[in-house]
Ligand binder design. Structure first.
Ligand SMILES: [Cu+2]
Length: 267
């Protein structure tokens, strides 16, 4: 666990590292790069409520809600040049329930990119900014179902995943529900668990993104929820039907990295 202060220093060091040395290079015209988050479960498409799945521990489940923040996007060329999207334009809430909200669309200079990097979650700096700087998808309000912010000032829920399983205990509504609400780094009172994970996707094998004006290059990622249960930690619904603001949440966050794989790019 690291403190907010340490994290802020890390972030600023990182920002400096990416700054070009010497004169500002001329940045060419910008065009749209789209990143598609296609949620699946193993070999199956994700179908909210109706899809029936079995995790690596043999537990049956279905999924009723899936949404997560993608932020701080940067792209890299084969020659090592990195372009970081201006942070204010770099927060997206991916929602399985809304087909229009399965993409992160950013403007980057025209060119060919061989890798992309993003944060799954919301960085601590933004989490602690004044509310006027947390608009759009970062608006802390929101219903109980949809809400991605913990009202008691402990920051954003980065990843919200709910469903039913006979292996989950019966809740007051009579359903066997599991709930994984992973997030937390932020808050004003004290630093909390750091569940921020940075994901880098290499595009060279399945197709570099060729960003040009007048076209939309779409990087199609598969996000495999089966890997959420089976990564560096095997997560069993029976043992952990509800994971929110606890130390165990970091184990689930550690499994995030394995969920993403690049399927193809439409150029
Ligand atoms: Cu595609």
């Amino acid at each position: 666990m690291i403190t907010i202060a340490a994290f802020i220093i890390m972030m600023s060091l990182q920002a400096h590292k990416e700054e070009p040395k010497g004169a500002e290079p001329t940045i060419g015209a910008k065009a749209i790069l789209s990143i598609e988050f296609d949620n699946i479960v193993g070999e199956q498409n994700l179908q909210l409520n109706t899809g029936a799945y079995t995790n690596g521990s043999g537990e049956n489940y279905s999924v009723s809600l899936l949404q997560y923040f993608i932020s701080n996007i940067s792209v890299k060329k084969a020659d090592g040049t990195v372009y970081t999207v201006p942070q204010d334009s770099s927060y997206f809430l991916i929602k399985e329930s809304d087909p229009a909200a399965r993409y992160a669309k950013v403007q980057v200079p025209e060119g060919e990119y061989s890798s992309i990097t993003f944060v799954l979650g919301v960085d601590s700096l933004r989490s602690t900014m004044d509310i006027s700087k947390r608009t759009g998808v970062l608006e802390p309000s929101g219903g109980m179902e949809d809400g991605m912010y913990w009202g008691w000032n402990s920051g954003y829920i980065f990843f919200k995943f709910e469903g039913t399983s006979p292996h989950a205990p019966v809740d007051p509504t009579g359903q066997h529900k599991f709930r994984y609400h992973i997030g937390g780094f932020g808050g004003y009172a004290a630093p909390t668990i750091n569940n921020i994970r940075t994901i880098t996707i290499d595009l060279t094998a399945a197709g570099n993104a060729k960003v040009r004006s007048g076209r939309v290059s779409n990087v199609h990622l598969l996000v495999d929820l089966a890997k959420l249960f089976n990564g560096s930690t095997t997560v069993r619904i029976a043992a952990n039907p509800t994971v929110m603001f606890s130390a165990y949440s970091a184990n689930i966050a550690d499994n995030f990295n394995n969920m993403f794989r690049h399927d193809h790019t439409e150029n």
